[in-house]
Design a binder for this molecule. Structure first.
Ligand SMILES: Cc1cc2nc3c(=O)[nH]c(=O)nc-3n(C[C@H](O)[C@H](O)[C@H](O)COP(=O)(O)OP(=O)(O)OC[C@H]3O[C@@H](n4cnc5c(N)ncnc54)[C@H](O)[C@@H]3O)c2cc1C
Length: 271
């Protein structure tokens, strides 16, 4: 790290100027859990800490999460239970260990996308928007349609905004990993409304860890609409989900193993 410059801008417009005008390759520095663990001589960094980007706020329409809010802050957010049945807390508690969660930021988790990046999946479920310092506004569907860094270019994510119109829907998140704090092999989240005790009115399903990008399962979601969850239906829909999944290479496990796990988590996570 000794040859790398770390810039300390006073505000976002100064940060953008450095990002745009520097002759050297400069990257925004958030929690540093990827950048500082794998330092490279080639890069200098712009420290985003101190730019007032760590907050969780809500009004009657939206929940706003500053890009520098840590995963630890999200996991400890006292109002979590009021929104989507505590989905954000349930999901963020599956990320790494407590010391890591206190460093990893929301912005770093979604921009530095990895196959296991959990927030990307949650934002797809909740129709989140990603907002930048240059005033761009991406839907989660756009932002995670390819590597976010290529979409973002020389820009800084400042906040995540999640609409609260569906805040009473029930959310659930489950991860499968070899140990409690290991990188997940895969994770799955659902967001649903019940019509009666075991009939689904509507549902959204996402998985992370299958490829680098999080995946929605639109076809299976449609098949589940207004269905009573009998054993036969669950069996049929598990097959549909497994067929719909696009699974990339992972040196830890075979694709067919992942497909089996995906089916098992699906059965487990359904209401
Ligand atoms: C041991 C360990 C276990 C982990 N397990 C999990 C897990 O189970 N699930 C999970 O989801 N994550 C997990 N992570 C976290 C994940 O792998 C990344 O390390 C983390 O998401 C990066 O966040 P950061 O805030 O540290 O970003 P940094 O490392 O600071 O940055 C990452 C990238 O994003 C860019 N960037 C960051 N913030 C912004 C911004 N606001 N605007 C523009 N660009 C930005 C940086 O320039 C960089 O390219 C784990 C990490 C570790 C170290």
């Amino acid at each position: 790290m000794s040859n790398n410059t770390i810039y300390l801008p006073k505000n976002l417009s100064e940060a953008l100027k450095i990002l745009n005008n520097s002759k050297e390759k400069v990257l925004p520095l958030a929690g540093g859990t990827t950048l500082l663990l794998n330092p490279t001589e080639k890069f200098s960094y712009i420290e985003l800490d101190g730019l007032n980007l760590d907050y969780i706020k809500s009004d009657k329409n939206n929940l706003s999460i500053g890009a520098m809010t840590t995963i630890g802050q999200l996991a400890a957010w006292p109002q979590s239970a009021r929104y989507w049945n505590g989905l954000i807390r349930e999901c963020t508690l599956t990320i790494a260990s407590t010391p890591n969660r206190n460093m990893i930021t929301a912005g770093g988790n979604i921009v530095g996308l990895r196959p296991w990046s959990a927030l990307a999946g949650v934002l797809l479920l909740l129709d989140g928007k990603i907002i930048t310092a240059r005033g761009k506004n991406y839907t989660a569907k756009e932002f995670f349609s390819k590597l976010p860094k290529t979409i973002l270019g020389k820009n800084i994510v400042t906040k995540i905004r999640i609409p609260l119109n569906d805040k009473d829907l029930i959310g659930k998140w489950k991860k499968f990993s070899l140990t409690e704090t290991d990188y997940p092999i895969l994770s799955m989240g659902i967001l649903y409304k019940l019509k009666n005790k075991n009939t689904i009115e509507n549902i959204k399903i996402v998985a992370t860890g299958l490829t680098i990008l999080p995946q929605r399962f639109i076809k299976t979601e449609r098949m589940l609409k207004n269905k009573q969850l009998t054993d036969n239906i669950i069996k049929l829909l598990t097959k549909s989900l497994q067929n719909e999944a696009v699974i990339g290479a992972d040196i830890r496990v075979a694709a067919e193993y992942k497909r089996e796990i995906l089916g098992a988590i699906f059965k487990d996570i359904l209401p």
